[in-house]
Design a protein around this ligand. Structure first.
Ligand code: AMP
Length: 177
């Protein structure tokens, strides 16, 4: 019988690191979850539980911790894995999307041939904060004609209202703060 893991057990393993990478930020360190085989597998089970293998064409993961969860979810769902990377990292032709940060802006990119039009996509990242990063990833998927079935996050910082930037996309998070 598969061992079931609850979101509360995963939450208990997440380490809060105050003032990283800068003062005032409470960093949610998910490496203890990854290092625990049962919790890591449980997190992947929870992130994929609404889908059956074959019902998703591609799991899109966001640079960099999103890759870890998205890649594992992709193999479980028998789907492909597609990376959304920070600008300048992908080797082939890309489409890009700018988004605002607290100070300044950032750009994410995806290969132009990463998704076929009409692809059914599960978008995954470790954490939803202001929603800027995942909204930019949504825009990239949509530019290539992908249809996002769900945006899934291990963690959501509700007080930052990131969901508002993902209007029209089903958003699911396992753990909220
Ligand atoms: P945002 O664009 O504001 O939603 O930020 C989400 C991205 O930044 C995700 O890829 C997270 O990995 C990272 N991130 C933002 N805030 C935190 C935090 N408090 N702890 C860990 N990662 C964070």
């Amino acid at each position: 019988m598969p061992t079931t893991v609850t979101p509360a057990e995963i939450a208990a393993a997440i380490r809060n690191v105050p003032d990283f990478p800068k003062p005032g930020i409470q960093f949610k360190d998910i490496t203890p979850v990854l290092a625990d085989a049962r919790l890591f597998a449980g997190a992947i089970n929870l992130l994929t539980e609404r889908f059956t293998p074959g019902s998703v064409d591609a799991v899109v993961g966001i640079d960099a911790r999103g890759f870890i969860f998205a890649a594992a979810a992709a193999t479980k769902l028998k789907a492909g894995f597609v990376p959304v990377r920070k600008k300048g990292k992908l080797p082939y032709a890309t489409i890009e999307q700018d988004y605002a940060l607290e100070y300044g802006h950032a750009t994410v990119a995806m290969h132009t041939d990463a998704l076929k039009p009409g692809s059914r996509v599960l978008l995954i990242d470790d954490l939803l904060a202001t929603g800027g990063t995942s909204a930019a990833a949504v825009a990239l998927v949509q530019k290539l004609g992908g249809k996002i079935l769900e945006a899934g996050f291990l963690i959501e910082l509700k007080f930052l209202n990131g969901r508002e930037k993902l209007a029209g996309i089903p958003v699911r998070s396992l753990i909220t703060y």
